[in-house]
Design a protein around this ligand. Structure first.
Ligand SMILES: [Zn+2]
Length: 507
């Protein structure tokens, strides 16, 4: 039961509260704040730059596979040679973020920021191609593309090697017969590895592991993050986990429990990894580019429980962004999508450092939000619910901008309008995970949205609007009174006569 008095205390108490977007003083009781830096240790697994070792000889090269076939064909007298170019190991020389976004529109293309035929000496969060390269530069990407795979036309490519990959050859049995297909596949791969001087069980960047002859295994496991509100691990839903062996990648998405199972099997061990991104959004490691986690190289399940370091922060942000983009949000508009030719993937820069001024910023929130304009998030030391709320808040600004036409209806809107709406969605969506979550309000970041929805009376005699109605009400409305009047004029609600008093209360 919220009372008028309580809300007044909120307002007084919150004048000096920092929140999103605007520089205000951080409430000393709200997290560890106060300018303290480096709250989280940097020695957690997977932090820092990926370090590559030496380039390995390539057993899947078409010429090597041809030699391997010649060496084993006597053992398969009925077989015809299946060796042909099935894939092209390709370097994609991307010029800008738009090209990277275009590439990510196609889920059949799996790209890596580092070459796939090198040892990985040190797994990390990001990869820099060369010393001195700018942190936010778009870098070349690497992929094993099916022969004939179309790409966005403006992307410049360089074929590094033409490949025959027996494990991905769906037509192999046409050449060697159904009964012999599996034995042939094993034999030609083993022979090709022997020709280039590698052990077949050795994956790039891997130590040799004991192989179980002939048996295949499916990559699977569970991705969770520590939840300091409920004091337990929770699943990170919607993450795409990849398992790669040389040029072959199998992938799978995590469910609400964090469980995943990949879409293919391997005979030998594989490198696990994940990127903190989906088609529509990407979490950046500060300014270093795509935040990635390189997991172990192994055979068998990979379970990851994140409880420290930057990846705990990324996972918590990912959960909120995934909710807004992919889960049920009660009819609200989604934030900007990576769909049409010119739409970019939305970038969220996560800084694994405390910031005593702000939790986050949609920068600059009053201007175009698109290429090169990142949402920035700070303060990994905050509670998971607060990080979730801040992420939703900033994405709400992006969504608000996206739905306004012309954009000046967002860019020119009063702070109290944009911030109160963002605060409202923050409250509504975060409570789906944390029912007791309560953001603080002040005279810019008001509680008007909560008050229009909830049935709590007092100074607030309004209730029963849906969050989707309020979104339509605020759309294209630049001022407090225009938003209020649009609510009154657009919807029939028994309490609408009390809207002026409510808007006056918060103004
Ligand atoms: Zn804001």
């Amino acid at each position: 039961m919220r009372m008028n008095l309580l809300k007044s205390i909120y307002i007084l108490a919150c004048v000096c509260l920092m929140f999103n977007c605007k520089k205000q003083t951080l409430n000393p009781g709200n997290g560890a704040g106060n300018g303290m830096q480096a709250v989280l240790s940097d020695d957690a697994p997977g932090e820092g730059a990926i370090v590559l070792g030496q380039q390995l000889p390539n057993p899947y090269d078409i010429d090597v596979m041809q030699q391997a076939y010649e060496a084993i064909k006597g053992r398969f007298p009925a077989a015809q040679s299946p060796v042909r170019v099935t894939h092209n190991y390709t370097k994609l020389n991307l010029q800008d973020e738009q090209q990277l976004s275009d590439l990510k529109k196609d889920s059949t293309i799996v790209i890596y920021p580092y070459p796939m035929d090198f040892e990985i000496i040190t797994p990390g969060t990001y990869y820099r191609h060369e010393e001195g390269q700018c942190d936010s530069c778009v870098t070349a990407q690497f992929a094993s593309l099916k022969d004939g795979q179309p790409l966005p036309s403006n992307i410049q490519t360089e074929i590094l090697s033409k490949l025959y990959i027996p494990e991905e050859d769906a037509d192999l049995y046409h050449y060697v017969g159904k009964a012999d297909a599996e034995a042939f596949e094993e034999a030609i791969v083993a022979e090709a590895f022997a020709i280039v001087g590698l052990e077949v069980d050795k994956n790039p960047g891997n130590t040799t592991q004991q192989r179980v002859s002939g048996s295949k295994w499916r990559p699977a496991g569970r991705i969770r993050v520590w939840d300091d509100v409920i004091n337990n691990y929770v699943g990170v839903e919607g993450v795409e986990v990849k398992a790669r062996r040389w040029f072959t990648t199998h992938k799978g998405f995590t469910n609400a429990n964090g469980d995943y199972s990949c879409d293919g099997e391997f005979r030998h061990d594989a490198n696990y990894s994940l990127q903190w991104e989906r088609k529509h959004f990407s979490i950046r490691s500060g300014t270093y580019g795509q935040a990635s986690y390189d997991g172990p190289k192994q055979r068998g399940n990979w379970n990851l429980d994140l409880n420290s370091g930057s990846h705990m922060f990324y996972a918590r942000i990912f959960r909120a962004a995934h909710q807004y983009y992919y889960l049920n949000i009660d009819g609200l508009n989604r934030p900007p999508l990576n769909n049409s030719l010119f739409d970019p993937q939305l970038k969220i820069a996560a800084y694994n450092q405390s910031n005593s001024d702000i939790n986050g910023v949609t920068s600059p929130w009053k201007r175009f939000l698109g290429l090169g304009n990142f949402i920035k998030l700070y303060n990994p030391q905050n509670a998971i619910s607060a990080i979730h709320g801040t992420t939703i808040h900033e994405l709400t600004h992006a969504s608000h901008w996206n739905m306004c036409s012309p954009k000046s209806n967002y860019n020119g809107s009063d702070d109290i309008v944009a911030e109160s709406w963002a605060r409202g969605v923050q409250w509504w969506l975060t409570r789906k995970y944390y029912p007791n979550y309560q953001p603080a309000y002040n005279n810019t970041y008001t509680g008007v949205v909560e008050d229009m929805i909830d049935g709590i009376a007092g100074y607030d005699q309004v209730q029963g609007y849906t969050v989707a109605q309020i979104e339509q009400g605020v759309k294209n409305k630049k001022t407090w009174t225009a938003w209020r009047d649009n609510m009154i004029n657009t919807y029939t609600n028994a309490t609408e006569g009390n809207l002026p008093a409510l808007f006056d209360f918060w103004d």
